[in-house]
Structure formats: C-alpha cells, structure tokens
Ligand binder design. Structure first.
Ligand code: GDP
Ligand code: GDP
Length: 435
C-alpha cells in the first residue's frame, strides 16, 4: 500500500529538521552501527488522525559542490518529484528572502499542493510577522514554532487535507518487489533481463504517477510488480547521483514492497551503503533475497563462490534467513530463477501456522533443550500463537518475558525454521506475560 509523501523545503536554518523530528514518528534504528543514519535523518514515517505518510526533509540532501541557490532549487525539484504535498517553510523572524521567492517560482510550476509554514513564530506577539508571506502566493501561511511545538496540529490538518483521494488504494494480487543496491551494481540491467524473459503487463489506467514508476509482469501465472522502476532506470538528474537521495529512494521502494532484492556487485564486494539499506529492509520486516550480480565477471571456481557467501553471511549476520543467489544480468545466468524465488519468499512472508502445530514444535524444542533459568527462576512457555503475517509474528505467552534470553529466542526461531519454510523472511518472536 503506497503512503502519500510529504516533503519539507526551504532555505537552511528555517527549522526544517526541527519540524521533521517533531512530526516523524518511530525512529527506525538501523541494525549496523552506521553513523549518519539516525543523526541526520531525511526520511521517516509520520501519522496524524489515522493517516500514515512518508516524510522527507529535502534540506538533508546536499548536492555537493553546488552554490547555495542551486542547492535549494535542487531540493525544491526533489520535493516536486517525490511529494504528494509540499511543506514550504520560511523563517518568520527573518522575513521573506530572495531564496524564498526563487523556491516559490519553482513550486508554482508544479501541480503539487503547497502548504506554507512560517516557522519561529514563538509567541502570539510575533504572529504579525506572517502577513508578508501572503505575497508568496500560497494562500494562508501557517504560523508555527518548531522549538516550542506550536501550530503543528493545524499544519498537519492542512497537510492531510491535501492528500490525493485514493493514494492508499493500490492493492492488487501481484507480488511487489524492489531492486535495491548501490549505483552500478546492475539493478537496471537486472530489471531489463527479468522483463526480457517475462510478459510485461501494460496498464490500461493511463497517466497516474504510480503506473509510470512501477512495472508489472507475469511469470507462470503469477503477477509481479517491480516497485520504482523509474528510480532504477536513473533519469540523470544531478541529485540522483547523491548517496543520500538514493538511500532515501531505496527506503521508499522497500516500504512499498513485500520482497526486496538486495543486489551486490561480485566484482566490488560489500560496501557500507549496502549494509545501511539492507539493515533498513530487515528492520522494516520485509522478505529479503541477496542477489550477487556480475558473477560472469569473476574468475569462477567453487571456492570463490563459497568465499563470497561466507563473507556475506559474516557482514549481514542479521540476514541469516535471506537466500543468496548468484546471477549475471549480462549472460542471464540464473535470472530465470528469480521470479519463483521471489514467489517462494513472498509465500513464506505471508505464511500462517496453526497454533496447534506451532505449539507442538515449541514443546518439542523445549523437550530437547530445556528453557533457561535466571536467579533460580525458570522460563515457562505456556502457549504460542501466530498473531500476524508479513512478517510472521509469533507471540509466546510466558511467566516472565525477561527470562527469554536472546540465545534461547534464537534457538526457538531456528527450531521453527527447521519445521516450516520461512526462507527469506524475518520472524518476529514476542514474549508476553500471561495474565
Ligand atoms: P534547517 O536547516 O531548516 O533544518 O533548520 P534547523 O531545524 O536545523 O533549525 C535551525 C535553527 O533554528 C536551530 O538552531 C533551531 O534550534 C532553530 N529553530 C528551529 N525552530 C525554531 C523555532 O520555532 N523558533 C526559534 N526561535 N528557533 C527555531
Ligand atoms: P545500476 O546503476 O545498478 O542500475 O547498474 P546498471 O544496470 O546501469 O549497470 C552498471 C554497469 O554494469 C553497466 O555497464 C552494465 O553493463 C554492467 N553490468 C550489469 N550487469 C552486469 C553483469 O551481470 N555482468 C557484467 N559483466 N556487467 C554487468
């Protein structure tokens, strides 16, 4: 289900990241210790009155070596490309600037609705400072104070009022997958190779943005949607080469998919950016397949494949469940195996196990390796039930959740994986105290 996207634009120091942090809900912690991810977040989820949306702080996407005015006009372009609603933020203390007018000029030309927020209106007396900004031509300015948390509710009301009617209504029976990875790993080539081998479904719903950026195909009676095909086939704008932009784009694509193909380059090995995006896919609870592309370019012997696999397992320990497939987009080697693997991972991601069967497995596991004790107190597991799919989420009703050590939890997960096919999907195990 595609969420609407809100982007904040405005010149530096108007308070964009302050507002971003106030509106952004949960903080997605990345598994790896990746500096920068949480410090300067540019992409997050927000929700207001039951509406869920994506939030982008375009100020965090620096297009390096560009003069100031080019930077903010690029950021405005990004907002226009990415957002369903744009929050144009200005500084009430400073008054209107040339840069504000430049940004306004760009925003006029787009069809995206704009909500004008005047920040740093910290007290009622300074409310008069907003009137100048009527001249920008975006209707009533919304006075806010990021540091005092004032006016944010009214701003959010205005934002959700501008959401497209059926933005959240894109469900169909196709399996949605994203293809992510650093520039030049071969994402675009891989997508072309997959599409070359399968029947592409041409959408008859003309003209919506969604159809333009996603591509559908059919394989063996199953429909698939490749999320964000346009993003994969780079359109060649300056900012599309910046790492933060491509990471943000990958995060959005992951959010919209059931299964993520994490593409690595056999020639170059694993890089920091790979880990960052893979960590996000894992935390988001998506199905994950690790695809090692350009396998043709390496001198192959069985040894090198094993070494590469060992390296991947070492670097992505939290993705132990993800299958690894070695392919070549150029020679098409193993490309035809991708759709069925995606289908299998998707089925596993949606797999539901009957409580009785699940309890049998857990009780057998306890019989083999008894539950741990702490301070003389033994963990007791009374009952187990699966409460959700996508990813499979299993609740263990216990005497004391604190007694479920990480290592025993992993043991139980492994026992579950031995008994059912959960390849490619994380499993969430949650301990709850039985009342
Ligand atoms: P950005 O560059 O647009 O992301 O701006 P920041 O969010 O980093 O804020 C720039 C500066 O303005 C920081 O020192 C903030 O503490 C300050 N600031 C943010 N919001 C307000 C506000 O509502 N009132 C005042 N007085 N200062 C603010
Ligand atoms: P993207 O930036 O991830 O979309 O990567 P591209 O699909 O544009 O590929 C980048 C470069 O790698 C191009 O020159 C491709 O021809 C090359 N390439 C892609 N896949 C393969 C492959 O399987 N083997 C080899 N040898 N080169 C490949």
């Amino acid at each position: 289900m595609a969420r609407p996207t809100v982007a904040i634009v405005g010149q530096p120091n108007v308070g964009k990241s302050t507002i971003f942090n106030r509106i952004a809900g949960e903080r997605i912690s990345i598994v790896e210790d990746t500096p920068g991810v949480t410090r300067d977040r540019i992409y997050a989820h927000g929700s207001w009155l039951g509406h869920n949306f994506n939030l982008i702080d375009t100020g965090g996407i620096e297009v390096s070596d560009e003069p100031f005015i080019k930077q903010i006009t690029d950021q405005a372009e990004i907002a226009i490309d990415e957002a369903d609603v744009i929050v144009f933020m200005v500084n009430g203390k400073q008054g209107m600037t040339d840069a504000d007018e430049r940004v306004a000029q760009l925003l006029y030309r787009a069809n995206t609705p704009v909500v004008l927020a005047v920040n740093k209106i910290d007290n009622p007396e300074s409310r008069a400072d907003i009137y100048d900004f009527y001249a920008l031509g975006f209707g009533d300015p919304y006075p806010i104070s990021g540091s005092h948390g004032l006016g944010i509710g009214d701003l959010l009301d205005a934002i959700i009022k501008n959401f497209p009617e059926n933005a959240e209504n894109t469900d169909d029976d196709s399996i949605k997958f994203s293809v992510i990875g650093r520039p030049n790993v071969g994402k675009s080539s891989l997508v072309n190779a997959i599409l070359g081998e399968n029947r592409v479904i041409v959408s008859d719903v003309a003209g919506t943005t969604r159809d333009a950026i996603d591509t559908k195909f059919e394989n063996d009676g199953q429909e698939y949607t490749i999320v964000d095909t346009a993003g994969i086939r780079k359109r060649g704008k300056v900012y599309e080469k910046t790492e933060k932009y491509s990471v943000m784009r990958a995060m959005r694509a992951i959010d919209e998919s059931d299964v993520t193909l994490m593409v690595l380059n056999a020639e170059e090995g694993i890089r920091e950016q790979d880990k960052r995006v893979a960590g996000y896919a894992h935390e988001a609870g998506k199905g994950v397949i690790i695809v090692v592309n350009k396998w043709d370019a390496l001198k192959k012997n069985n040894h090198s494949q094993q070494e590469f696999e060992a390296d991947i397992r070492e670097q992505f320990q939290y993705l132990a469940y993800a299958p690894i497939i070695f392919v070549s987009a150029t020679t098409k080697q193993h490309v035809s195996q991708l759709p069925s693997l995606i289908k299998r991972v998707n089925e596993n991601h949606q797999r539901r196990i009957q409580s009785s069967t699940l309890n049998d497995v857990i009780m057998d596991a306890i019989a083999i390796t008894p539950t741990p004790t702490r301070n003389g107190k033994r963990l007791r597991i009374y009952y187990v039930t699966q409460v959700a799919v996508g990813p499979p989420t299993i609740v263990l009703f216990v005497n004391d959740p604190e007694l479920l050590h990480f290592s025993y939890k992993r043991y139980l997960e492994n026992q579950i994986r031995k008994n059912f096919d959960f390849v490619g999907t994380p499993i969430h195990l949650i301990a709850r105290r039985r009342k």
